[in-house]
Design a protein around this ligand. Structure first.
Ligand code: CU
Length: 309
C-alpha cells in the first residue's frame, strides 16, 4: 500500500504540486486577511501577534504539500543537473580572433596630486606574520603612477563566447597578504589559491553572482582550486584570521583585461580591430571609462589619471 502511494505520488507532475502549494498559500493569505479585517488590526503585526491560531495551521498545509512535492521531485527528478555553480563547465567558444589583424591597447595609470597616506599594516597579532609594520596595499602610488587598477574592455566586443584560457591564475598568501592584491580571471578559468606562509590562513570571498567559499588553509595544505561561473566585478576576498588581508577578484566574460603594475603600466593584447569602451577601476577611487579605437595590427596608447577624492 505504501509502495503504491509512493509510486502514485512520484507519477504526479511536480508542476501540479507547485500549483497546489500556490493555491494553498493563496487560501492562507485570504484567511489571514479576513481575520485581520475582522479584528480591525493591520495585517503585518497580525502575522506576529493575533493570528497564532490560524497561521501555523495554514502553513502546516503548505508544508505538507511541499513535502509531497519534494517526494515527487525525488521520485522523478533523477535527471536534475547538479546545483554546483562554481564548477560549471565553460560554454564552447563561438568567437575566433584573427591574430594577423589583431591590435592591442597599452598604457599607464597615473595618480595626480598627493597620494593619501595609508596606515601601515600591523600584523603582530600573529607570530607567523611579519613583525614589522607593512605597507598598506589599498593605495599604492610610485612616483605618480597608480598600481592595482583593474583595466578592462567594458563595451564594444563582438557578441558571442570567448575561449576560456586554460592558464591557471594564482592567488598566493605570502607575508600575510594576498599576492596579487587585484586580480582578473575569466569565468570558468581555474584559480589556484596557495599558502606560502608559515601562518594559517582562512580565505573567504564575498561574491553576489557566484558561489562563495570560506576555507582554512594551513601552510602544509594542498592548494585550493576554484572557478567562477559568472562574470562579476570586484569580489572582495578576506582572511578570517587576519583582518587586514584583502584582495579583489574580477571575473570577466572575455580575456581583455589587465592590472596596472607598480609603475602604472598595463597591456591588453590580441584585440579584434574595433571601437571599445575601456574602463579602469580602483578600489578607493572608483571607475573611469574612455573610448578607444583599435586598428588592424595597431598598438593604441592610452592614459588614465586618478586623483584623491
Ligand atoms: Cu590570513
Amino acid at each position: 500500500m505504501v509502495k503504491f502511494l509512493v509510486l502514485a505520488i512520484s507519477a504526479v507532475s511536480p508542476i501540479l504540486m507547485l500549483l497546489v502549494i500556490r493555491l494553498l498559500a493563496f487560501i492562507c493569505a485570504r484567511v489571514l486577511q479576513f481575520r485581520s479585517s475582522d479584528h480591525q488590526i493591520t495585517r503585518s503585526p497580525d502575522l506576529f501577534t493575533s493570528s497564532e491560531s490560524s497561521f501555523p495551521l495554514c502553513f502546516k498545509g503548505v508544508g505538507f504539500s511541499a513535502l509531497i512535492a519534494l517526494v515527487a521531485l525525488t521520485g522523478c527528478g533523477k535527471s536534475q543537473p547538479p546545483s554546483e555553480s562554481s564548477s560549471a563547465a565553460p560554454r564552447p567558444a563561438t568567437i575566433t580572433v584573427d591574430a594577423s589583424t589583431a591590435g592591442s591597447i597599452a598604457g599607464t595609470v597615473s595618480f595626480k596630486g598627493t597620494a593619501p597616506k595609508m596606515k601601515p599594516l600591523d600584523m603582530t597579532q600573529d607570530p607567523g606574520c611579519p613583525s614589522q609594520p607593512q605597507p598598506a596595499d589599498a593605495v599604492v602610488v610610485n612616483v605618480g603612477k597608480l598600481a592595482n587598477v583593474f583595466v578592462y574592455v567594458k563595451e564594444g566586443l563582438p557578441p558571442g563566447t570567448f575561449a576560456v584560457s586554460s592558464e591557471t591564475v594564482v592567488l598566493d598568501q605570502k607575508g600575510c597578504r594576498y599576492i596579487p592584491h587585484m586580480l582578473g580571471i575569466m569565468a570558468g578559468q581555474p584559480l589556484r589559491i596557495t599558502n606560502t606562509d608559515t601562518a594559517d590562513h582562512n580565505i573567504h570571498d564575498m561574491p553576489s553572482k557566484n558561489k562563495a567559499f570560506n576555507e582554512s588553509q594551513m601552510p602544509t595544505s594542498k592548494p585550493i582550486v576554484k572557478t567562477f561561473a559568472n562574470p562579476e566585478m570586484m569580489i572582495p576576498v578576506q582572511c578570517n584570521q587576519h583582518p587586514w588581508m584583502r584582495a579583489y577578484i574580477n571575473v570577466m566574460p572575455h580575456p581583455y583585461f589587465a592590472v596596472s603594475a607598480s609603475d602604472g603600466s598595463f597591456a591588453i593584447k590580441n584585440l579584434p580591430p574595433g571601437e571599445y569602451t575601456l574602463a579602469a577601476v580602483h578600489e578607493k577611487f572608483g571607475e573611469q571609462t574612455m573610448k578607444v579605437k583599435v586598428g588592424q595590427k595597431m598598438d593604441t596608447d592610452v592614459r588614465f589619471a586618478f586623483a584623491a577624492q
